[in-house]
Design a protein around this ligand. Structure first.
Ligand code: SAH
Ligand code: SF4
Ligand code: F3S
Length: 450
C-alpha cells in the first residue's frame, strides 16, 4: 500500500488567468489569499482542491475561451465533489453574467467580482463551512482597499497597481462597466510597496492602471508625473515602466520625469486604436491623429530612440477602406516597436454595440491580415538595425524551447542569449549578433556587467 506524503495531503490551488496585466496581478493577489488559507499551488487541475478562473470579457473570444475551459471541468467536479470551482474577474462583473454562468455551469461553487476581490478568502471559508453556492458580486466600487499579501510569480518583474477602474467609456469598451470608476491609490502606499519590492530584489517595477495619466485626478492632489518622480527616486538598481497611457492625457511633464531618471524605460505603450479621425471620434477617444502624432514627436524630441508600442482595433462600426488606410499610414509614421492588433468585438451594453454600419467579418479579417503583415514587416526591419549594437538586458527567464536566457533592454526589446549560470534577475550586456522578427540574439560582453 502506498503511503501518502505530507505533500500529498496539502490542499492545492490552481488559478487560470485570462486578460491583461491587471488580471495577472490580481491572480497573484488571489494566490496570496489562498496561501493564507493554507493552500499551495499545483500545475495541474487534476490534483487541485480549488480551481479559480480569473476571467476577462474584453472581446468575445476571451469569454468563449473561459466558457470552454470551465465547461471542461464538469467531469472532474463529478468525480470529486469536494473540488471547489470559483469564477471571478471581469466576466462575472458583467451585468447578468452570473445568471448565464449559473445556468451553463451549475457546478460552480463560488462567484466573485473585480470589485470585491479582497473578500475572496471569506467566500472560500463560507464554502468550506458548508454553504452550497457562494455568490458575491459588488455592484459599485468602494474605497481602495490596501492589500499587501500578493504571492508574486513574475520575478524579476513586479506589477504595482496605482489606480483601479476607468472613466473613459471608449464606445467599444466594456472595462468601465466591469471595473467601476477611477480610484487612485495613495502615493505613500505605492512608494512603500515599491521600496519593499526593490529591497526584496525585484528589478523591474510596472505601474499599472487603465489610464495611468489620469492618476490622482480623483482628488489626491498628486499628478502621475509627480508620482512617477517619487517612485523613480527610490534608491536601488531597478527599472521602472508604466502602462497604459491614454493619448488624450499623455503629456510632456511625464516625459520630463523620464528624462530626469535613467531608471524609467524609454518605452511608452500608447494605444492609438485607429488612424482615422472619424473613427477616433466614434470611438470616443477624445484625441485626433494629429495630436497623437505630435505626442510621438514630442517624446522623440527628448529621446530619439524611444520605442512606442500600441493597440489597434480594425473593423470598428463604420470603418471604411479609407479609414483603414489612414491607420496603416499612421502605423508607418510612428514606426512602432510592436502593436497588439484586434478585430473589433461587439460588447453588449457598450455604445458601439448599437451602432449601425457594423463591418462584415470578411472585411475585418482582410484588414487584420494586412495590418499584422505591415506591423511585422516594420518590426523585422527595426530589429535588423540593432545587429552589432551592445545593449543592457534584464534577464527575465529561461526559454526552454530555445535553450536560451531571455530579457529585455531599456527600450523593451526582447534579447536572447546563452549562459552557463542562472542569469534570471541579472542585468547583462549583450552584443546583438542577429535578429529574427521581434527577437534579438546576442552574446554576453564580459567586463561591461555591473
Ligand atoms: N486601458 C487601456 C487598455 C484596455 S483593453 C487603453 O485604454 O488602451 C486593451 C485593448 O483591447 C484596448 O486598447 C483595445 O485596443 C482592445 N479592445 C478593447 N475593447 C475592445 C473590443 N470591444 N473589441 C476589440 N478590441 C478591444
Ligand atoms: Fe477601455 Fe478606453 Fe478605458 Fe482603455 S481607456 S479601459 S479602452 S474605456
Ligand atoms: Fe483586463 Fe480583460 Fe478585464 S483586459 S480589465 S481582464 S476585461
Amino acid at each position: 500500500m502506498a503511503y501518502k506524503t505530507v505533500k500529498d495531503m496539502e490542499k492545492k490551488y490552481k488559478i487560470i488567468t485570462y486578460g491583461c496585466q491587471m488580471n495577472l496581478h490580481e491572480s497573484e493577489k488571489i494566490a496570496g489569499i489562498l496561501r493564507e488559507l493554507g493552500y499551495v499551488d499545483t500545475d495541474s487541475v487534476d490534483d487541485a482542491d480549488i480551481i479559480v478562473f480569473n476571467t476577462c470579457c474584453i472581446r468575445e473570444n476571451a469569454e468563449n475561451h473561459a466558457f470552454g475551459n470551465i465547461g471542461a471541468l464538469k467531469q472532474l467536479k463529478k468525480n470529486n465533489p469536494n473540488l471547489i470551482i470559483a469564477v471571478g474577474g471581469c466576466m462575472t462583473q458583467e451585468k447578468g453574467k452570473t445568471d448565464v454562468l449559473k445556468e451553463k455551469f451549475p457546478f460552480i461553487d463560488i462567484m466573485f467580482g473585480t470589485l470585491n476581490l479582497e473578500e475572496f478568502g471569506e467566500l472560500v471559508k463560507k464554502k468550506l463551512a458548508g454553504k452550497k453556492k457562494v455568490i458575491a458580486i459588488r455592484e459599485t466600487e468602494g474605497e481602495v482597499v490596501e492589500f499587501d499579501g500578493a504571492y508574486r510569480t513574475s520575478y524579476p518583474n513586479a506589477w504595482v497597481n496605482i489606480m483601479y477602474g476607468c472613466n473613459n467609456f471608449c464606445s467599444y469598451c466594456i472595462v468601465p462597466y466591469v471595473r467601476g470608476r477611477e480610484r487612485s491609490r495613495k502615493p505613500e502606499h505605492i512608494v512603500a510597496e515599491v521600496k519593499k519590492l526593490v529591497a526584496e530584489g525585484y528589478k523591474e517595477i510596472t505601474l499599472l492602471g487603465q489610464n495611468v495619466n489620469s492618476y490622482g485626478t480623483d482628488g489626491l492632489g498628486v499628478s502621475f508625473a509627480e508620482l512617477l518622480d517619487m517612485v523613480a527616486s527610490i534608491e536601488g538598481k531597478f527599472r521602472l515602466r508604466f502602462m497604459t497611457s491614454h493619448p488624450k492625457d499623455f503629456n510632456e511633464d511625464v516625459v520630463k520625469v523620464m528624462q530626469k531618471h535613467r531608471k524609467i524605460l524609454r518605452l511608452v505603450h500608447l494605444p492609438v486604436q485607429s488612424g482615422s479621425n472619424d473613427i477616433l471620434k466614434a470611438m470616443n477617444r477624445r484625441y485626433t491623429r494629429e495630436k497623437y502624432l505630435q505626442e510621438i514627436e514630442m517624446l522623440r524630441s527628448y529621446f530619439p530612440e524611444a520605442e512606442v508600442t500600441t493597440d489597434i482595433i480594425v473593423g470598428f462600426p463604420g470603418e471604411t477602406e479609407e479609414d483603414y488606410l489612414l491607420t496603416e499610414d499612421l502605423v508607418k509614421r510612428v514606426n512602432y516597436a510592436s502593436a497588439f492588433t484586434f478585430i473589433y468585438s461587439k460588447r453588449q451594453g457598450t455604445r458601439a454595440a448599437t451602432m449601425e454600419n457594423q463591418v462584415p467579418e470578411d472585411v475585418q479579417k482582410n484588414r487584420i491580415m494586412r495590418l499584422v503583415e505591415l506591423v511585422n514587416s516594420l518590426t523585422r526591419k527595426k530589429s535588423e538595425t540593432y545587429v552589432g549594437r551592445t545593449v543592457e538586458i534584464l534577464c527575465e527567464g529561461y526559454d526552454e524551447k530555445k535553450k536560451m536566457y531571455m530579457g529585455r533592454d531599456e527600450f523593451g526589446r526582447m534579447g536572447y542569449f546563452e549562459s552557463d549560470k542562472d542569469e534570471v534577475g541579472n542585468f547583462v550586456w549583450l552584443k546583438i549578433t542577429r535578429a529574427n522578427g521581434i527577437s534579438l540574439y546576442g552574446e554576453i560582453v564580459e567586463g561591461t556587467q555591473e
